[in-house]
Design a protein around this ligand. Structure first.
Ligand SMILES: C[S@@+](CC[C@H](N)C(=O)[O-])C[C@H]1O[C@@H](n2cnc3c(N)ncnc32)[C@H](O)[C@@H]1O
Length: 190
C-alpha cells in the first residue's frame, strides 16, 4: 500500500477507535501491525472473493475480531463480495452484513463509478458465503445504511464502517450506528 492510503488507514483507525479505555489495544494493534499475519487457510478463503482488503489489512482485522474485548456480533456496513464478512465470521463472530448492493449510493467507487453491476456483486456475495460455509453466521440486510438504521434494534460488540467513503456517508454512519454499541467501541476502514 502506498503512503497516503496507509496514513489514512491509521489515522482513521486511531481517531475512530481511540476511546481512552481501548488505548492499550489500539497501541498494541499499531505496534504489531506487521506481525498479525492472517492464518494462511483463512486468507485462501478470503482471497477468492473480489474486494478491496489487502492481506495485511485482513490480518489486522482478523486479529482485532479475535481479540476485541467484548463478546458479541459485528455490524458490518459495506460487505461487497464478502472479504471482511468472511474474516469476522471465520473469527467466530456473528455478522450483520448491511450493504445496498445498488448503484443508488453516493460513493460508487466500489462499482467502478457505475460500470459494475450491483446485482452481480450481490449474487457473488451470497455464493461466497456458501463457499466459505459461513451462511449460518451472517444475516444479510440489503439497503442504504441510513435506511436500514431507521428500524435497527440489535446491539453488537463491534461496528465496522466500510460503506460509503465520502465524508458525509462516514459521518452519518457514525452518528446512526454507534448507539447500537454497548460501550461505543467501533472501528472503521473509511
Ligand atoms: C469498499 S466496499 C466494501 C468492501 C468490503 N468491506 C470488503 O471487505 O471487501 C463498499 C460497499 O459499501 C456499499 N455502500 C456504499 N455506500 C453505501 C450506503 N450509503 N449504504 C449501503 N451500502 C453502501 C457498496 O455497495 C459496497 O459494496
Amino acid at each position: 500500500m502506498s503512503l497516503l492510503p496507509r496514513i489514512k488507514l491509521w489515522l482513521g483507525f486511531f481517531t475512530k477507535i481511540s476511546y481512552q479505555r481501548d488505548l492499550p489495544l489500539v497501541i498494541s494493534a499499531f505496534r504489531h501491525r506487521h506481525t498479525h499475519p492472517i492464518p494462511s487457510h483463512i486468507w485462501q478463503m478470503i482471497d477468492k472473493n473480489g474486494g478491496f482488503l489487502s492481506r495485511k489489512e485482513a490480518g489486522l482485522l482478523y486479529w482485532a475480531a479475535c481479540n476485541w474485548p467484548v463478546a458479541g456480533s459485528v455490524i458490518e456496513l459495506g460487505s461487497y463480495e464478502g472479504r471482511s464478512t468472511g474474516i469476522f465470521a471465520l473469527a467466530g463472530r456473528q455478522v450483520y452484513a448491511v450493504d445496498a448492493w445498488s448503484l443508488d449510493v453516493a460513493d460508487l467507487s466500489a462499482f467502478g463509478q457505475g460500470t459494475v453491476q450491483a446485482d452481480i456483486v450481490f449474487d457473488r456475495f451470497k455464493a461466497n458465503l456458501r463457499d466459505m460455509q459461513i451462511e449460518n453466521k451472517v444475516s444479510i440486510h440489503r439497503g442504504l445504511t441510513s435506511t436500514v438504521a431507521k428500524t435497527w434494534h440489535q446491539e453488537a460488540a463491534i461496528l465496522f464502517i466500510d460503506a460509503g467513503h465520502t465524508y458525509q456517508d462516514v459521518k452519518s454512519d457514525l452518528r446512526l450506528w454507534t448507539p447500537h454499541l454497548p460501550s461505543s467501541r467501533n472501528f472503521t476502514d473509511a
